[in-house]
Design a protein around this ligand. Structure first.
Ligand code: NAD
Length: 274
C-alpha cells in the first residue's frame, strides 16, 4: 500500500454511475486504486468507466441492484473469483423521497429502506469475508446524510433510512474493530447532484410539483460539487473516523443538534415546505 493509503487497492463503489459515487470512483482511480464500479444504471457505469480509463486509471463495471441480496452475493462471488479480495467498500448508492408522512406510500418506504439501508447491509454481509483478507487495511465507508442525525420535516422515510444506516454503522464499527476492518460514516450536506431531480415527491400532483420546484430552487446555486465529497472520502479512507460531516451546513447542523436540539426542532416545525 502506498503512503497515502489509497493506491494499489481494490475499491468498490456502489452508485458509481452518477453524482458522489462517480466523483469518488474517479478520485480513488487517480490515486492508483483498481475501481469496481457498481450501479443499476449500465449506461452511467460505462460513462464512469470510460472516464477512468481515459485518464490512465483502472476499473471494472458490475451492473447490480444493491437492494437485491442474491444479486449482491453473486457479485461478491464474482469479485472473489476475479480479484481475490477487496480493501475498500464504499456503500454510496441511495435514493431520496420527500413528502408528508401520510402521503407517502408504503412502497416508497420499502424502497427507501431496501436501497439506503439494506443495500449497505447486503454489501457488508457479502463482502466482509473479502475485506477480512486485508486486516488493518480494510475500510467500509457508508455514505449517509445530515438526515442521519437531523431529521428534516417531510422526509420521514429518507431520514429513517439514514438514521438506521448510522446506527448500523456504529454497531458494525465496534464489532469489526477486532477483525481489522474500520467502519466510517460520511454525511455530505446538500450536494450538487442529480438526486434532487430524481427524488420521489409524495402527495397530490400539484403540491408535489410545487415542493419539487421549491426544492430545486433551494438547491440551485448551491454549487457544492460531489468532487469535494470525494476528497473527504479519500481522507476518511486514510484515517477511518467514525463520522465525518462534509459541507459547512452538515457541520453546523451536527453541532446545533448537540448543543441546542430544541431550537433546531422549533425552527423545523416553523419551516414552510410549499
Ligand atoms: P445520484 O442520484 O446522483 O447518484 C446515485 C447513484 O446510485 C445513481 O447512479 C443510481 O443509479 C444509483 N443507485 C440508486 N439505487 C441503486 C440500487 N438499488 N443499486 C445500485 N445503484 C443504485 O445521488 P448522489 O447525490 O450522488 O447520492 C449518493 C449518496 O449520497 C446517496 O446515498 C445519498 O443519499 C447521499 N447523499 C446525497 C446528498 C446530496 O445532496 N446529493 C446529500 C446527502 C447524502
Amino acid at each position: 500500500m502506498d503512503s497515502s493509503g489509497s493506491g494499489a487497492r481494490v475499491v468498490l463503489v456502489t452508485g458509481a454511475a452518477a453524482g458522489i459515487g462517480r466523483a469518488t470512483a474517479l478520485a480513488f482511480a487517480r490515486e492508483g486504486a483498481l475501481l469496481l464500479l457498481v450501479d443499476l444504471d449500465p449506461a452511467g457505469l460505462e460513462h464512469t468507466h470510460a472516464d477512468i480509463i481515459a485518464t490512465g486509471g483502472r476499473a471494472r463495471t458490475y451492473p447490480c441492484d444493491v437492494a437485491d441480496a442474491d444479486a449482491v452475493q453473486a457479485l461478491a462471488d464474482r469479485i472473489r473469483a476475479e480479484h481475490g479480495g477487496l480493501q475498500v467498500l464504499i456503500n454510496n448508492a441511495g435514493i431520496s423521497a420527500n413528502g408528508a408522512f401520510l402521503d407517502t406510500d408504503l412502497s416508497v418506504w420499502r424502497r427507501q429502506l431496501e436501497v439506503n439501508l439494506l443495500g449497505a447491509v447486503h454489501c457488508c454481509r457479502a463482502l466482509i469475508p473479502l475485506l477480512e483478507l486485508s486486516p488493518g487495511r480494510a475500510r467500509i465507508i457508508n455514505v449517509a446524510s445530515v438526515a442521519a442525525y437531523f431529521a428534516p420535516r417531510d422526509m420521514s422515510a429518507y431520514a429513517a433510512s439514514k438514521f438506521a444506516l448510522l446506527g448500523f454503522s456504529e454497531s458494525l464499527r465496534a464489532e469489526m474493530a477486532s477483525r481489522g476492518i474500520s467502519v466510517s460514516v460520511i454525511c455530505p450536506g446538500i450536494i450538487d447532484t442529480g438526486i434532487h431531480q430524481r427524488a420521489h415527491f409524495a402527495g397530490p400532483v400539484d403540491a408535489a410539483q410545487r415542493r419539487r420546484d421549491l426544492n430545486l430552487r433551494r438547491h440551485a446555486g448551491r454549487a457544492y460539487p460531489p468532487e469535494k465529497v470525494a476528497q473527504a472520502l479519500l481522507k476518511v479512507a486514510r484515517h477511518g473516523p467514525a463520522l465525518r460531516p462534509v459541507a459547512p451546513e452538515a457541520w453546523l447542523l451536527y453541532y446545533l443538534k448537540r448543543c441546542c436540539p430544541g431550537l433546531l426542532a422549533m425552527l423545523e416545525r416553523r419551516r414552510h415546505t410549499d
